[in-house]
Structures are given as structure tokens and as C-alpha cells.
Design a protein. Structure first.
Length: 231
């Protein structure tokens, strides 16, 4: 069984969807500390031809595990978020189909958990791209360890024999730790495909909601096949 272990990004980009789609299980790494100014509470959309952040305000003291991070109810943040997203997609075919995203946002309770919102949005996006890979939260598995040790223990806990890492893992993972437990370690490199974004020059690494809004449903799954695996 091949697994990937990745934090719950907010409105994730195509690369994360593709990595999950290439696996049999997604272990949601929500047990590590929240990372400020990353993509855990925000992501990029194309607004007036420019990459623009969609941001969920949070309350996260230093060291707070991701699964404990709460949404901070800054006045009118939901209205601003809805307005910016709606404006970003206004001239796309998906403009009239954005209701489920707004419903997930509205259904998130005041002071709710960021990870719950992120996984709701990720699950919806994965479904739009035809991906049905199951997931489990690392916080529910409660395995010990740090870095490679933690990842190896998570793989063992779910019975995985292959771990698919992002390219950044080449810098810090210990291949021997995986080999000692009979777990094959592979790296996933995503070659971002270009698609029609209108008159502007193509901007990669936006939230996958951009591609979803601009393309027809049959055009979405092939976008996730642009990757390479290597030892």
C-alpha cells in the first residue's frame, strides 16, 4: 500500500491533489505545529490577473498543533473571503457552481477548527477531480517520533509498504530509516500543466479551484497525471 503524508492545506493546489491521487491513502499530518505564513490558512487565486491570497484568520500560539488551531472570528472576514473568491471566479464557467465551497465556509462554526474546514474543502476539490482516496488523521493515530522516525511510524501504523514524499523530502528524510522497516521510499515531482486562464500569462501554483472554475469536468483528472516518481 502506497501512502503520502501531508499537512491539510487550505484550498490545495494541483500538486497536492495529484500526490494524493497517486496513493492508496492520505495520512493528514495534522499533529505537527502550525506553520505561520504558509498555505495552511491561505492560498492563491487569480484576481484581476494577479495572484491574490484568500486567507482564513486563525488563533495559533507558537507550537500549536495544526489539529488544535482555531479560526479567529475577525469581524466580516467571511464576507471578505466570499467576496474575493466570488470576484476571482466571476468571469469563469465555474462562477455559477461555487455554491458548495461557500456552503462549506458558512457551515464552519464560529471559532471552529481550521483543519476541519481545510479537509472539507480538500475533500470537495478531490471529488471534483475524480479522486476518491481515503484519508486518516495523524492526530488520531498518535504515533511518536520526529521527522523520518514519525513518518516511518505512521506508515507502519497503517500497514504501508511504500511512502510517497514530496521533492522537499530529499533534503531531510533518512532513506535507511524506511529501508530498515521494509518501506520503499519514493519522491514525487509534479510538472505543473498549463491551462487556459484567459488573456493573462499563465500563473502556476494557484489553488486548484482556479483550474476547476476554468475547465470542464472531463478536463480536470488529466491535470493530475503530470508527475514523475523516482527513488
Amino acid at each position: 500500500m502506497r501512502v503520502t503524508i501531508h499537512q491539510p492545506e487550505h484550498l490545495p493546489w494541483l500538486g497536492l491533489l495529484a500526490k494524493v491521487a497517486a496513493c492508496d491513502l492520505w495520512i493528514v499530518l495534522d499533529s505537527v505545529p502550525y506553520r505561520k505564513n504558509y498555505v495552511q490558512n491561505r492560498n492563491l487565486v487569480l484576481l484581476n490577473g494577479r495572484p491574490t491570497w484568500l486567507t482564513v484568520p486563525v488563533s495559533a500560539p507558537l507550537g500549536t498543533p495544526i489539529h488544535e488551531v482555531r479560526i479567529y472570528e475577525v469581524p466580516h472576514w467571511r464576507r471578505r473571503y466570499r467576496g474575493r473568491l466570488t470576484q476571482a471566479l466571476a468571469d469563469t464557467p465555474g462562477a455559477k457552481r461555487i455554491g458548495p465551497v461557500l456552503e462549506l465556509l458558512d457551515a464552519t462554526p464560529v471559532g471552529g477548527r481550521l483543519a476541519d474546514l481545510n479537509l472539507g474543502l480538500a475533500g470537495w476539490l478531490l471529488g471534483q477531480f475524480g479522486v476518491t482516496v481515503p484519508r486518516v488523521r495523524a492526530s488520531a493515530l498518535r504515533v511518536p517520533g520526529t521527522r523520518s522516525e514519525r513518518l516511518v511510524n505512521l506508515c507502519r501504523e497503517v500497514g504501508a509498504d511504500e511512502y510517497l514524499s514530496g521533492p522537499g523530502g530529499r533534503e531531510y528524510l533518512d532513506p535507511a530509516a524506511f529501508a530498515e522497516q521494509g518501506i520503499s521510499l519514493k519522491f514525487f515531482d509534479f510538472d505543473h500543466p498549463a491551462y487556459d486562464q484567459g488573456d493573462a500569462s499563465f500563473v502556476p501554483r494557484l489553488s486548484a479551484v482556479d483550474a476547476w472554475a476554468r475547465l470542464e469536468p472531463p478536463e480536470l483528472p488529466p491535470l493530475l497525471s503530470h508527475y514523475r516518481l523516482s527513488p
